[in-house]
Design a protein around this ligand. Sequence first.
Ligand SMILES: Cc1cc2nc3c(=O)[nH]c(=O)nc-3n(C[C@H](O)[C@H](O)[C@H](O)COP(=O)(O)OP(=O)(O)OC[C@H]3O[C@@H](n4cnc5c(N)ncnc54)[C@H](O)[C@@H]3O)c2cc1C
Length: 497
Amino acid sequence: MKADETVLPVSRGCNRRDLLAGVGVASILAFFSPSALWAQNNGGGLEQFAGRSATRNGKDYEPWRQSMIWQYRKSDRHPEIIIQANSIDDVCAAVKLAADLRKKITTRAGGHSMSACFLRDDGILLDVSRLQEVRLAPNGQEVIVGPGVIGRALNEYLRPHNLAVATAHCGMVPVSGFWLGGGVAWNGNAWGGMAVFNINGVDIVTADGELRHASSTENADLFWAVRGAGPGLFGVVVRFYVKCYPLPKSIQSTEYIYHLSDIVEVAKAVEEIGSQVADNVELLTIVAQASPEHAEKCHGVGCNQAVYVNAIVFGDSVGEAQEKLAPLHNHPIVQKAIGSHPMKQETFESLYTANERSFAQKRWQADNVMTDRADKIAELLLESVPNCPTDNNAAVLVYKGNPRFPDAAYGIIGKFYLAYYMVWDDAADDLAVAKYHVDYFKKAKKYSNGSYLNEFNQEGRPEDLPLCFTSDAWDKLKGLRRKWDPNSVFHNFYGQQ
Ligand SMILES: Cc1cc2nc3c(=O)[nH]c(=O)nc-3n(C[C@H](O)[C@H](O)[C@H](O)COP(=O)(O)OP(=O)(O)OC[C@H]3O[C@@H](n4cnc5c(N)ncnc54)[C@H](O)[C@@H]3O)c2cc1C
């Protein structure tokens, strides 16, 4: 544990072994199989938890299970027990309960995984959304955060201190799953490349139910896994120690709009522009529905969609933003723009709110590749988007440049991150959308350096999940899983044994 760790009496609860209400676990196990034991107890042991809990046959179970999933497409997988942790003690107790009952456990923080990868058949689902601790470390440069805290709340907390951290583009996404899987953040290129590299350390409950600290100097191999194993992590993170950055004094955004038919040229131009702008300029190329005004100016195929090149400067002044946006404004591609928006002042809140409008709760599926071939990916979009079964689909190409990362489980790099989202309303369209999406990525794989775990279509192409890691990292992760979770208390990645 860190020296300043005095807030919660973690070790007391985290060492307790009294989960089965005073009955000796070993003697019971001699007579009953773990599941028979569970049935006999009919929830016995759950009274130990301060937070809410439910078993599969309970009346609250199904509405609660469904509410765990952020979106309206409710994956049909049913854990046997759901436990909500109210404290770190509860987390330790839940992991020990899983080990004692020989049931596998998964963790859920905000349920924003678009594959709902935290939902598994059988076993225990542990919800950590109520672990909401936030405090600034005494050094004033690091924030200590519970897994249930959302990005918006964290940056609101830090604002009076003139600090900020790298969060997801929607303020409602909790830090937990986002950071652990990688984290394509606002101002990501200037702030660590991927948000996971801002984690200095974690407090983590491991498969034996014990609370440990992991950092580059303590349990370093576990820390290696924390930085990128995401939904395949063999532990529950209960506190993050995360690097803060000075709050940008001036956030400015601007936008150019193009016809979909120009997307290949636009992608090539953005690559040139990206190589010329500073790291604190975020360059997003978004294919999304065209406004009626723009659709009217368009002729031919693909007029329902337009290409939006959005640049956001996280700097100190309007002057700095103007200077840093010069490579965008001066590029000849702007002659082809069918519309533009002048530079405007933003805040984290305005950025979060605008993004949350596009992420309305509907049926969702996400997939992605990291690529050095934005031109080829754009060609594929041009060919595919007009045939997409839902008009409400959006592709986002994030310019990532040439990052170099410390050695960690996260290791997939590419000049561009392409995330392609399917958004639709009607369950009757599920199959058609799923097929279109998987087919797109079968073709995109040719230009892919790998994928980003947090927005990878785990349900649609689970066999490709290892492509979210370098092959060395994948092998190392397997070895670390054997070391830290020898009895497989934690579920492996969705779709992996
Ligand atoms: C609206 C929306 C916007 C998004 N925007 C972005 C974005 O801008 N950039 C980006 O990179 N991603 C984005 N994502 C994807 C997001 O990063 C992932 O869905 C992420 O997993 C969400 O975090 P969560 O805490 O809700 O995870 P959950 O869905 O709750 O959990 C996912 C998995 O993470 C693991 N996990 C979660 N918490 C813990 C913990 N404390 N300890 C151990 N394991 C844990 C579990 O294995 C779990 O299966 C977005 C998703 C949505 C729905």
